[in-house]
Design a protein around this ligand. Structure first.
Ligand SMILES: [Zn+2]
Length: 371
């Protein structure tokens, strides 16, 4: 069986939830439909004509890409412009395009973590917080017979995380009272009679981002027709999602050696470097795409080097003067996402025994040549 478009995207959004994206980012389904079966998914960094040709040749139904194909409101759709041609071919061949951009950058186990891991950074932290989850307390009253079932449903849906502890809950026995009124079909008790039911009060924490999913799972597992539950807002912050990663190197190396690591691990032929090649690097920061505007933040956080693309002349001068080394592997270093997203999606689809294929694009969308 092939997965439906919505199913593929549900898996994608488990990796990179949309609500953690930066405001006004162009993400989600940008072209086509998800209301169809997906035989083949193509994962690409950018969508240009060559990538669309590749998708057509593969018979792909869906492209998952990092960079948007529509940035501003389209005023006209002329098919004799380069992007117009891309849109036309996509529509003619029924290929949908879904974008996962800053949500993929900031999510745990996403772009910035892949890059940090590739460069050998440990004990990493985000550089710039983009989204912090709000926490609620969920309390639900369950008859003893269904306690474990409801508890499992709530915790397995993702409630109950405190730091690195999962499945945190508190459970206390008591009794609930109620009178089932006309038109009810009580699980315990009789219509018109006051019931004292042995129940367990389960309490746990749930982040706003998954609150609906947790409540749905709870209601599904609960035997009552009217479930008594409370959701309290909490004055506590949940997980933070941030751009970039800063961390230590396992062993200090020189900037020159770090350059070799970046070239090898991010698979780029050339880099631009700011700083003394002999200086020792202990702490490094990495930001996928264009991270030049974070020079001050990473300096403040104690980084010796910032690895990021699209660094301009004046930013480089400022960094040099402030004592921050820079290695610029180009924006295209984000191509690491092609293999990583493909691997994630393949595993998710295989787990559910879907036959949908996932292919990483082999098209190099680097516009620069290095002479
Ligand atoms: Zn980018």
């Amino acid at each position: 069986m092939f997965a439906k478009g919505q199913t593929v995207i549900q898996f994608m959004e488990q990796l990179a939830p949309k609500h953690v994206a930066m405001p006004d980012d162009r993400i989600g389904l940008q072209l086509g439909t998800l209301q169809k079966e997906i035989k083949t998914v193509l994962v690409a960094l950018d969508v240009n004509e060559a990538v669309v040709e590749e998708a057509i040749e593969l018979g792909a139904d869906l492209i998952i890409a990092h960079h948007a194909i529509i940035y501003r409101p389209l005023k006209q759709l002329q098919t004799d412009t380069p992007m117009g041609k891309v849109y036309e071919k996509l529509i003619k061949h029924d290929i949908s395009v879904y974008i996962s951009h800053t949500n993929l950058d900031v999510t745990e186990g996403g772009m910035n973590d892949w890059m940090a891991e590739a460069l050998g950074l440990v004990d990493t932290l985000p550089i710039h917080d983009v989204h912090t989850d709000q926490l609620s307390k969920l309390v639900v009253f369950v008859p003893k017979s269904h306690h474990q079932e409801v508890l499992d449903a709530v915790l397995n849906a993702g409630a109950g995380w405190i730091g690195n502890y999962s499945h945190c809950s508190f459970n206390i026995e008591g009794f609930g009272t109620y009178i089932p009124r006309e038109g009810t079909d009580p699980f315990i008790g009789k219509q018109g009679q006051m019931e004292r039911a042995n129940e367990i009060r389960i309490e746990t924490v749930v982040p706003l981002s998954i609150r609906n999913k947790v409540v749905q799972a709870m209601l599904k597992a609960h035997p009552y027709e009217e479930v008594a539950y409370d959701l309290y807002p909490m004055d506590l912050k949940g997980r933070s999602f941030g751009l970039g990663r800063i961390g230590k190197l396992r062993e200090p190396i020189t900037l020159g050696q770090m350059v070799d690591v970046v070239k090898e691990k991010l698979d780029v032929p050339y880099v631009r470097v700011v700083g003394d090649l002999e200086r020792l690097i202990k702490k490094a920061a990495v930001i996928g795409g264009s991270g030049g505007s974070f020079v001050n933040s990473v300096l403040f956080k104690g980084a010796d080097v910032l690895v990021t693309g699209d660094v301009d002349y004046h930013t480089a001068q400022d960094a040099l003067a402030a004592g921050l080394a820079i290695i610029d592997p180009g924006h295209n270093a984000e191509k690491i996402m092609k293999e990583k997203v493909t691997e994630w999606m393949k595993n998710k689809l295989q787990e559910k025994e879907y036959e949908t294929q996932v292919v990483a694009s082999t098209i190099n969308t680097e516009p620069f040549q290095f002479m």
